[in-house]
Design a protein around this ligand. Structure first.
Ligand SMILES: Cc1cc2nc3c(=O)[nH]c(=O)nc-3n(C[C@H](O)[C@H](O)[C@H](O)COP(=O)(O)OP(=O)(O)OC[C@H]3O[C@@H](n4cnc5c(N)ncnc54)[C@H](O)[C@@H]3O)c2cc1C
Length: 319
C-alpha cells in the first residue's frame, strides 16, 4: 500500500505548489505507516532525487513527450493505471488547474471517493476524515471517505513544508499512454512576468486606481518585491488590465504568502479568490472598507501617496 502524489511540472521544472503536496502526502503516509511515492510526467530537468527531501521514497517518471501537454483524459487514464500498478490506496493532487481537471476523473476510474480542496491532514483514528473549505473558504466541512481507494486534492498554503536529508530513488514506470484527444497547435506564453498562481507575493489593484494609466505604481511595487500583479473584476472588465490578472470567485483563486490589495473594497466575490493568502495587506482610503476585516495589516490612506513611498522604502531596504 502507498500514497501516490502527483507532481506538476512546467517547462521542465517542478511547480512550487507540488512541494507542499509532496510534504502533505508524505505526512499522510507516515501517519498510516505506508510508503509515499511520487509520479512525474514529461521531460523534467530538475534533480528528482531531491524530492526525497519532502518525504517520498520513490519517484516514478514517465518522460513521454505526449505528457508535456495536460490532456485531462490521458492524464487521468495514466495516473489511474499507475495507482493500480503501484498499489496506491491514496492519490494526492494539488488543488490547481491540473488537479481540478484530472483528480475527479482518476477517482472515477479507481472507483474511489474524492474530496477536493482539503486543508488539513486527515483524521485517521476512525476511518479517513478530511477537512475541506466550503462556501468559497468561508466555512469548513469534515468529510469521511469510505472507499478503499481515496483521491484528494490539497489547497495551497494548507501544510507547512519540513525538509529531511532523504534522497528518493528515481525510476521510469511503464504505462501505456492512450492516444490524446487534443493536439497542441500553438502556445502564446506571457513572458517576463511572475506567474500569478505560483507567486509568493501578489500586488493587486482595484477601481480605486481610477484608470489604467495609473498602473505604474502597482507594477513598480510588484517589481520591487518580485511579485505578480493582479486586479479586481471591474478592472479587467473595463479592460484596464488583462483578464488573466482577474482574481476572485469568477477569476483565479490564489493563495500567496503575501497579498497586497490596493484600492479594492473587499467584496465577498473578490475575497473568495484571495482569502487563503497567508498575510493580507490592505491599502484603502476608506477606513470602513470591508477588506480591512480580512486584513492582517491595513493602511488607511490615498494609494497614490502611500504606494510610491512603500516602493521607495522597499528599494532602499533591498539596496
Ligand atoms: C456573480 C459575481 C461574481 C463576481 N466575481 C468577482 C471576482 O471574481 N473578483 C472581483 O474582484 N469581483 C467580483 N465581482 C464584483 C464584486 O462584487 C465587486 O463589485 C468588485 O470586487 C469591486 O471591485 P473594486 O473593489 O476594485 O471596486 P470598488 O468596489 O469600486 O472599490 C474601490 C475601492 O477603492 C477605494 N479607493 C478609491 N480611491 C482610492 C485611493 N485613492 N486610494 C486608496 N483607495 C481608494 C475605495 O474606498 C473602494 O473601497 C463579482 C460580482 C458578482 C455579482
Amino acid at each position: 500500500m502507498s500514497v501516490l502524489i502527483f507532481i506538476d511540472q512546467a517547462d521542465g521544472h517542478i511547480k512550487k505548489s507540488s512541494y507542499e503536496t509532496l510534504g502533505y502526502g508524505s505526512a499522510i503516509a507516515t501517519q498510516l505507516g505506508i510508503s509515499a511515492e511520487a509520479l512525474v510526467f514529461g521531460n523534467v530537468s530538475d534533480d528528482l532525487s531531491e524530492l526525497g527531501k519532502y518525504g517520498v521514497s520513490k519517484v516514478h517518471t514517465l518522460a513521454d513527450n505526449a505528457l508535456n501537454l495536460v490532456d485531462a483524459k490521458v492524464f487521468a487514464q495514466v495516473i489511474a493505471d499507475a495507482a493500480i500498478k503501484l498499489n496506491a490506496t491514496i492519490v494526492v493532487f494539488s488543488h490547481n488547474q491540473t488537479g481540478k481537471s484530472v483528480a475527479a476523473r482518476v477517482a472515477v476510474r479507481l472507483k474511489a471517493g474524492f474530496i477536493s480542496g482539503v486543508c488539513a491532514l486527515p483524521n485517521t483514528t476512525n476511518g479517513f476524515v478530511v477537512k475541506k473549505t466550503v462556501f468559497s473558504g468561508k466555512a469548513f466541512a469534515n468529510v469521511k471517505i469510505t472507499t478503499a481507494i481515496k483521491v484528494i486534492s490539497l489547497n495551497a498554503n494548507s501544510h507547512s513544508i519540513t525538509k529531511t536529508e532523504r534522497i528518493a530513488d528515481v525510476a521510469p514506470i511503464e504505462i501505456s499512454i492512450p492516444t490524446p484527444s487534443i493536439k497542441l497547435v500553438k502556445t502564446n506564453k506571457v513572458s517576463g512576468e511572475v506567474s500569478l498562481t505560483e507567486a509568493d507575493i501578489v500586488v493587486s489593484g482595484g477601481r480605486g486606481l481610477k484608470g489604467p494609466e495609473n498602473w505604474g505604481i502597482i507594477e513598480d511595487l510588484a517589481h520591487s518585491l518580485h511579485a505578480a500583479t493582479a486586479c479586481s473584476r471591474p478592472v479587467s472588465d473595463s479592460h484596464w488590465r488583462p483578464h488573466h490578472e482577474h482574481v476572485g470567485q469568477t477569476g483565479f483563486q490564489i493563495a500567496p504568502n503575501l497579498y497586497i490589495a490596493i484600492g479594492i473594497s473587499g467584496a465577498i466575490q473578490h475575497l473568495a479568490g484571495v482569502n487563503r493568502s497567508k498575510v493580507i495587506v490592505v491599502i484603502n482610503k476608506d477606513a470602513e472598507a470591508p477588506f480591512f476585516k480580512a486584513a492582517d495589516y491595513g493602511i488607511v490612506g490615498d494609494a497614490f501617496e502611500i504606494v510610491p513611498k512603500l516602493t521607495a522604502a522597499i528599494k532602499e531596504l533591498k539596496g
